[in-house]
Design a protein around this ligand. Sequence first.
Ligand SMILES: [Zn+2]
Length: 307
Amino acid sequence: MKDPTYERFIAWYESINQNKSGSVFSPHKPLAIVWALAGVLKGKRFISYKDDREALEDLIWSQTNLKSRPNCLQPLWRLCNDSSTIAVWISNPSSPELNKSGDVPTAFATSNNFQAGFSDEFYTWLARNLDITQQLIMHIIDDNFAESLHPEIFDSLGMGKISPVVVESERIITSISKVKRDPNFPKLVMAAYDFRCCVCKLKLSLNNKPVPLEAAHIKWKAQGGECSVHNGLALCPTHHYTFDKGIWTIGQDYEVILSERVIIDGKSDTFFKPYIGHSIVETLMDDRFVPNKANIHWHQKSIFKRV
Ligand SMILES: [Zn+2]
């Protein structure tokens, strides 16, 4: 699709998101953008710092391993400063005194009804093309997060209530997501781990054939992780989702480490506590397939909710 407004939007998105790979995962800006886009779907002109703050911060907090609640003001403010032709802010009065880091102070934003959103030009374009707005949200989420986390992010954005007309649009935009998943990855990972979850060792067979479980990327594909056996783990759905969620990680000796922040109800501690300290490479069919330490290190730093 050759729409110059669309091209400008993508160029803006790519410029603000270009440094995402390599360093510690920090999805504040992409989440603020999808929050604003989801607002457009609901006919909402601006994100209000006062009214939206709690829900947006809950979303950012749930998708990062930050120990304390993040402040959503900084990403909103910085997005507006990245390009005033696409994202804008308003407040009354309109001239905040900035703090030392060049950000608008929280107290000012609260008392002066700070709001952020798309410029008139882009809001109008997005509101007229709701199918594209929705696809932009989906692509930005795909471009940043592990697949197992997509449903809960859509839920937080209130995307369950979108008109089916929008969902079934035939206008498919060029994918902005660079995430290309290798179809052979699950097969390679499953075979390497003998078709077992490498944590609980679950292995199922049906009609004399192993039932494939799930292949997880240790370093997320969306964050530049490879579709290689050295970046894969065979996991049952529970251990896959909780790994992507940062509830557990792998240590120096490939042992399972559980987050100290997670509280497991005493009636059911069969999923995690029996496996703490146990090796995930025990069932590996060949020592050459061991996970790459750099990928494990990325998961420990970026995703694991350590304390
Ligand atoms: Zn398992």
